[in-house]
Design a binder for this molecule. Structure first.
Ligand SMILES: Cc1cc2nc3c(=O)[nH]c(=O)nc-3n(C[C@H](O)[C@H](O)[C@H](O)COP(=O)(O)O)c2cc1C
Length: 225
């Protein structure tokens, strides 16, 4: 399995595994905390495998291959690939030296990490809990067609970028994460498409609490055969 080799060295992987275990139960409160709808109770949290951070194609090749492709095969990603994808997007990549806490693969304004990644799979919608490397269910059922445009309605994964603010730093923070996703997809030979949400009632489908907004979405999956 390949991932982006340039993100972190092997020693850091072992360190991160320890940190994730130690910090896993002391998470920053997430936007959906305490607001899980009834259907989500039927879904179990998904503990993701440790991300593989020693493989992947060189950065310059990933950049050379990065592109938007608006077509997907209806086939799920292996759990390891999903873990690698979310880690590349906005995972924990280091302990922070200046301030206590954990660093992420994408920067965020004032280190607020205000973008929540809502991960839409065929089985339901989950919030990516980066520190615990876990997916927390928030809505059950296949909602892909309600969230994505037709061309991405069967993509293996759609990440919805959710934040309290719609403008300013939230837009910039989302852009950094979106580019990480594009580069990971290029590295893995997967298709990716970042898009605006026009008219879809994503907030209802995702059961977003009052004040939370879906800013953009990004679908990733295998190319059509
Ligand atoms: C902020 C933003 C919003 C976008 N919204 C859409 C969209 O609503 N629909 C779409 O098909 N593509 C959307 N895109 C993808 C762009 O159309 C695409 O990146 C552009 O055509 C360049 O193609 P490339 O990514 O292959 O280089 C968006 C990209 C960005 C950065």
């Amino acid at each position: 399995m390949r991932t982006l080799a340039f993100i972190a060295p092997r020693k850091t992987a072992a360190l991160l595994a320890l940190i994730a275990l130690a910090w896993g139960t002391q998470l920053v409160a997430c936007h959906h905390q305490g607001a899980a709808p009834v259907q989500a109770a039927e879904l179990k949290p998904i503990q993701l495998p440790q991300p593989e951070i020693t493989a992947g194609i060189p950065l310059m090749q990933a950049l050379a291959q990065r592109k938007t492709t608006r077509a997907f095969l209806d086939k799920p990603l292996p759990l390891q690939t999903l873990s690698n994808l979310l880690w590349a997007a906005f995972g924990v990549n280091r302990p922070r030296e200046v301030k206590p806490g954990l660093g992420r693969t994408a920067p965020s304004a004032m280190n607020r990490r205000e973008i929540e990644l809502d991960v839409v799979l065929a089985s339901g919608v989950y919030v990516y809990e980066a520190e615990a490397n876990r997916l927390r269910p928030v809505a059950g059922g296949d909602l892909r067609g309600k969230i994505s445009p037709e061309a991405a309605a069967h993509a293996a994964v759609t990440i919805v970028y959710v934040a309290a603010a719609k403008d300013g730093f939230a837009q910039v923070d989302t852009g950094f994460i979106g580019q990480n996703v594009y580069l990971f997809a290029a590295s893995e030979g997967l298709n990716a498409w970042f898009y605006s949400l026009h008219g879809q009632d994503v907030a209802t489908a995702l059961k977003l609490p009052e004040g939370q907004q879906a800013l953009y979405a990004q679908s990733v999956g295998y190319p059509p055969q």
